[in-house]
Design a protein around this ligand. Sequence first.
Ligand code: ZN
Length: 177
Amino acid sequence: MGSKVHGKLKLAHASGGVKSEPLRFAADCMLGRLARWLRILGHDVVYFHTVDDSELVDFAAREGRVLLTRDTRLVQRRAARGALLIHSHLLEEQLRQMVLWNRQALLGPPLCRRCLECNQATVPVKKAELKDRVPVYVYRTQARFMTCPACGRIYWRATHVLSMLRRLRRSLPRASQ
Ligand SMILES: [Zn+2]
């Protein structure tokens, strides 16, 4: 499993260094990319590839998770009160909506502490153990690595994450930065 690797990143937060607990979400099947990015931001996101509306609503309620959905009919259900209707189909707009919804909570937790694939909390791993498991360039340029105890994927800082967060910050209203 270690052959599949994903870049990861640590970055100073815009929230003035105040750390907060990860949020817990349940995302519907149209929000796979958003789910992965919320995990990058440190949040606990259960994502369903296929799920029945009622099951999704029940699951979120039972687990005390904020339901994320693109389905306007679903949020009208009484049991789905507190669900967040995600307006855009564009990832950057979706992230922007989430940050505007609750910037402090969204950007509060430490970044990149969760496996993007299985949502497990990752743990630090010694660099020396990874010599043949990550690309040579990555091994040479990165100092810190995390691994997922469930699937064995390895994570490190990645520039695509950094640039996405930079774009996201630039897109936010000045007053709330
Ligand atoms: Zn994993």
